[in-house]
Design a protein around this ligand. Sequence first.
Ligand code: FAD
Length: 354
Amino acid sequence: MEYDVIIIGGGQSALAVAYYLRRTSLRYLLLDGEAHPGGSWQHGWHSLSLFSPALWSSLPGVLMPGGQQYYPTRDETIQYLKAYEDRYRFPVQRPVKVLAVEKDTDGFRLQTTAGDYRARAVVSATGSFVNPYLPDIPGKEDFRGALLHSSRYRLPDAFRHQRVAIVGEGNSGAQILADLAPVADTLWITRQPPSFLPDDIDGKYLFDAATMQYEAMQQGRNFQRPSLGQIVMVPAVKAARDRGVYQHYLPAFDYFYEDGIAWENGRKEAVDTVIFCTGFRPALEHLRPLGIIQPNGKINTRGTMATDIPGLWLVGYGQWTGFASATLIGVGRTARKTVEELNACLNDASAQRE
Ligand code: FAD
């Protein structure tokens, strides 16, 4: 069966696109690599809490419960996405991983773990979680301890009584440090001194600041927005700060040695595990056959529309595919615009055929 649109992914970005697609007459389908609803939130650490308050963590159409002062947990976010999907009865097939997308004169062919699919247009909404970024630090192969990316961290129990280095001064680093400090001997490694938002400023402030920067950019004005790496004082982070967990931190280390991490100035610290909270890169491997992935790992777009392949849109990957598109509140805006473009494009193509 040929679809008008196939959305690759089943996380919040894919659902936001589906929300607007269901208002059209287009035949669409979501293919998600996960076995269950919730996108990559399902793989977050168990104590993860959003840094955006509930009121600022909603997809179009349904408010995330909790209001202005409450930071939803990982499980509540998964539950919200599941309920969202159920409410609108989106056609999702899972687990179906898209392995390769190819284009021919009739549209797109998607090779998947469940066979081939065809579509006139494709929306890629695969996020970045499946493509974690680890800095290339010399000596990795000599290190006898464990290396882990934050995407694989779940619970503190496995690290009880260990000496653990946590790398990264963003929200992930601060939250994982808060989680581990009560059970492990922790070292915090940061490229720059960590910067904490005041207690009364929440994730909404970061979103507002990003909005101001976006508007300034549109008007050709200069506006220096605070980095999203700034740490939001969610309750677990506040409690850790009050226990003195964040008082000490060390600069980025230069290499690994057999028993730990080391600096050019001769300092060495023995550790059992290093956890990298160093972010992600867009998960676009399935689009490689199209030959449009740039050396920086991204794809050229105008808004969310791929400029080099007609009929392909990319939603939810961050600033380069639309302002704040990698957030729950922000993706709705880019999803709506995407569906407007897509609908117009497919209707034009149908009209030309008739
Ligand atoms: P994902 O949730 O990653 O979903 C992508 C889906 O696509 C997954 O189900 C995946 O299995 C599937 N997929 C991938 N490749 C394929 C393929 N080839 N074929 C088929 N399916 C595929 N945002 C906020 O708004 N507020 C916050 O407080 C906040 N906190 C965050 C805290 C952390 C620690 C992190 C990591 C992110 C946070 N974010 C927050 C950012 C953002 O909301 C998430 O990154 C979000 O999960 C992105 O949604 P997505 O749908 O684009 O991608």
